[in-house]
Ligand binder design. Structure first.
Ligand code: ZN
Length: 477
């Protein structure tokens, strides 16, 4: 997600009632370890965990492999009618399957492998009674409908306060759903360790058109409705899924390396479409730093929001000048490597995403007319003490301050310190190798810190712990 500098001051004012109990990492490991995946990560097999920061969302008993979503949107009544076909692996023996599904959505029928299955929908927990065995694979089909509503986000930010399916005044739709909120529009294991493949079909009243992740397989119009079919054949966590419905115009471009790029922006805002045309140059710069773009296609989708989100292969941007600025385009594209190709196992490690995206954004700024590296990173280092005090250390943040400046600026400065410590050649080689060494996967704190120590030949554990877990600002080197 992008970060607005203006948020910093606001965050400081909003601060708080948070207690600071920062001597150990938050949470405990998942109580029931999941049976190991029986297939490839590229096919959507994962090792789901219970989130240590937001344990009420997601269930480690389910390993979603593929979501097939057929969405029909009525913009007048603001009603979503949907059929979901979920293929999943059970990770343990159980007499039920639990998914997240928001209360405004009402299931009408649920089947598992073709047989009717009883279910309870209490709060956002959809519990389907059906016996499953560890490593068994099942297909759950769910019909549901309702008027989707966003849910409150655990944030103290100026650019958003809720997540999930958001309906605009004219009956259009957009979604941003980090750290959770996908469950406001489909039944999902809404936790980042569970990556899955997606097919999404969207029927919308013309001239509206539905947009989602991946490749556009078809677009047809009949009976006053637009039907689009999208396929994401590279596994994604649920927070990286996007859907939007609106009167959108589309455009095309290509990176120098040949990655097809599509643009989707409001028909009445050609100025926003023009701003997106800065993307291919940013992509060229990132491929030079990080290696080949990890996915087959990329798109940019402009919606009625103030924020920006690195939704996989289809970046969702607010319709503001800042959210469509070249540095934000670079930031969200950088996440395609850091966050999307390799994703944190749980929300404790969102710093893995934001720290590197912010570092790369900073380097890009210094090379495109911005201040010097020393000036920029020196300025960001000056935020450290306040950010730790407001929201906790980056890898042990206060759960009600998700996505605060602490997970952006502190690890961005840390990466710059590591660059100076290791030298540019080694540092950039490892920055480039980490995502491709974890293609389609997830990683946690121990994995990334151990990997950097092993690959650099230096014991960096104290370095990382000091920057990421200490309540105190590290001493200047
Ligand atoms: Zn970001």
């Amino acid at each position: 997600m992008r970060y607005a500098a203006a948020t910093l001051a606001v965050a400081a004012l909003l601060l708080t009632a948070c207690t600071s109990d920062t001597d150990q990492p938050n949470g405990s490991p998942s109580p029931a370890p999941a049976a190991s995946p029986t297939g490839d990560a590229a096919d959507g097999f994962s090792t789901p965990v219970e989130d240590s920061v937001y344990p009420d969302v997601g269930d480690p008993g389910v390993d979603a492999l593929h979501y097939g979503l057929s969405l029909t949107w009525d913009s007048g009544s603001r009603t979503l009618d949907a059929v979901e076909r979920l293929r999943f692996r059970a990770t343990a023996d159980a007499d039920h399957v639990r998914l997240d599904l928001a209360p405004p959505l009402h299931p009408t029928t649920v089947t598992v492998d073709g047989a009717d299955a009883p279910y309870e929908h209490d709060g956002k927990d959809l519990v389907v009674t059906h016996p499953v065995t560890a490593n068994g694979e099942y297909t759950l089909v769910l019909h549901y409908s309702g008027r989707p509503e966003p849910v409150p986000a655990p944030v103290q930010r100026s650019d958003f306060s809720s997540t999930g399916w958001t309906t605009t005044a004219d009956g259009g739709v957009w979604t941003m759903q980090e750290p959770y909120g996908a469950y406001t529009w489909y039944a999902v294991n809404d936790q980042p360790s569970d990556k899955a493949l997606y097919d999404v079909a969207i029927s919308a009243p013309a001239p509206m058109v539905g947009v989602s992740n991946g490749r556009l397989l078809s677009r047809t119009e009949a009976g006053g409705r637009t039907l689009t079919r999208w396929r994401l054949d590279e596994p994604a966590s649920s927070y990286l899924v996007t859907v939007a419905i609106g009167d959108l115009r589309t455009g095309r471009a290509e990176s120098s390396s040949g990655v097809p790029i599509s643009y989707w922006a409001p028909t009445d805002r050609p100025d926003l479409m023009r701003r997106l045309h800065r993307a291919p140059a940013g992509m060229d710069w990132l491929e030079d730093k990080l290696g080949p773009f990890p996915f087959g296609t990329l798109g940019f989708l402009v919606v009625d929001s103030k924020s920006g989100m690195e939704t996989q292969t289809m970046i969702t941007l607010g319709d503001t000048r800042y959210a469509t600025s070249p540095e934000v385009l670079v930031h969200e594209m950088a996440h395609q490597w850091y966050g999307d190709e390799v994703t944190p196992v749980d929300w404790r490690d969102v710093w893995m995403n934001e720290g590197m995206a912010m570092f790369l954004q900073g380097v890009w700024m210094t090379e495109h007319g911005g201040p010097s590296m020393d000036a920029l990173f020196g300025q960001w280092a000056g935020y450290d003490e306040q950010l730790r005090s407001d929201a906790g250390p980056p890898a042990y943040f206060h759960p009600d301050s998700f996505g605060a400046g602490n997970v952006y600026y502190i690890p961005a400065v840390m990466w710059n310190e590591l660059r100076k410590k290791l030298g540019d050649d080694l540092f950039w080689r490892l920055v480039r190798e980490w995502p491709s060494a974890h293609e389609d996967g997830n990683a946690d704190y121990d994995a990334i810190t151990t990997w950097w120590s092993q690959q650099s030949g230096q014991d960096l554990q104290d370095f990382f712990n000091t920057w990421l877990l200490s309540p105190d600002t590290p001493a200047s080197p």
